[in-house]
Design a protein around this ligand. Structure first.
Ligand code: ATP
Length: 262
């Protein structure tokens, strides 16, 4: 089954087209990394996937998610785990009073906070506990968001998304603000999630493209410039082009890193 099937899509804001002639197909369990320079349109693509913005109707296009062209936002929220910095900031600003457990529990209603009208069944409470155990974040159970580090809150937000066992996770630069150890720890957690869900990772860091991610898409010049197997796409030539700089890439044990920027 396809998680995403986009053909010939133009999308943008107001009068401005940000991505044009977009073609993107992602199959279930086909983990993807998406790279592109600042402002190239990566977050715009993530918003398109989440149906926060919509294709232009000026030409024929196909936009299917989980095999459907129409779905309710609630359905989509359950099938798609979304981790963005926007969401992180909302929790930080508006929900400092929540405990780690409550952040995870709020996934049942996809809300930012726990409200008096929300009832939780024993099953829902158990699910939140199980998710925290799976992610090895039980130590954050009583810790308040206001007292959490960036990495701790980020993991609770992943737990919140995991409540519905989503078919896919989209993660938009999920390691921003994490120190090196927390970053590697977070990537380990993504590896674990990749066993059951499709991972779509937007990142600026080549070293985050873990072994299970076999496919890469590069965004450049207002469209998907290259897409395919990572060994074919993550070349010095391609990355020099999209980042408009002269760099060399090295690969070791299926992980990639920048060797030199000239
Ligand atoms: N809400 C908006 N209204 C108008 N223009 C927008 C809006 N959001 C983004 N843009 C513009 O769309 C373009 C692509 O932005 P986008 O955030 O998708 O890039 P990005 O690749 O995610 O960048 P970064 O790596 O800096 O996060 C930019 O020119 C940006 O100014």
């Amino acid at each position: 089954m396809y998680i995403i099937e986009f053909e010939n899509i133009d999308v943008g804001y107001d009068e401005k087209i940000i991505l044009k002639d977009l073609n993107l197909k992602i199959k279930e369990k086909e983990h993807f990394a998406i790279l592109g320079s600042n402002g190239s349109g990566k977050s715009t693509l993530m918003k398109l996937i989440q149906s926060q913005i919509h294709p232009r109707h000026t030409k024929e296009f196909k936009k299917e998610i989980f095999g459907k062209s129409r779905y309710s936002i609630f359905e989509l929220r359950e099938e798609l785990g979304v981790i963005t910095n926007d969401l992180h900031n909302h929790f930080e600003k508006e929900a400092g009073y929540l405990s780690g457990f409550e952040v995870v529990l709020s996934g049942h209603y996809s809300s930012i906070g726990i409200f008096t009208h929300q009832d939780f069944t024993n099953e829902q409470i158990k699910k939140a506990k199980d998710v925290m155990e799976f992610l090895e974040i039980e130590d954050l159970r009583y810790k308040k968001v206001s007292a959490m580090s960036t990495g701790q809150l980020r993991k609770c937000i992943v737990g919140r998304a995991l409540i519905h066992n989503p078919k896919a996770f989209i993660l938009d630069e999920p390691t921003v603000g994490l120190d090196i150890k927390a970053q590697m720890n977070f990537i380990k957690m993504l590896k674990k999630l990749s066993k059951n869900s499709t991972i779509i990772l937007v990142t600026h860091h080549l070293e985050e493209i873990f072994e299970e991610i076999k496919k890469v898409a590069l965004i450049y010049n207002n469209t998907i410039y290259k897409i395919g197997n990572k060994e074919d796409i993550l070349t010095s030539e391609n990355l020099s082009k999209i980042f408009d700089t002269n760099l060399t890439i090295k690969e070791k044990n299926e992980r990639y890193f920048i060797e030199e920027i000239l």
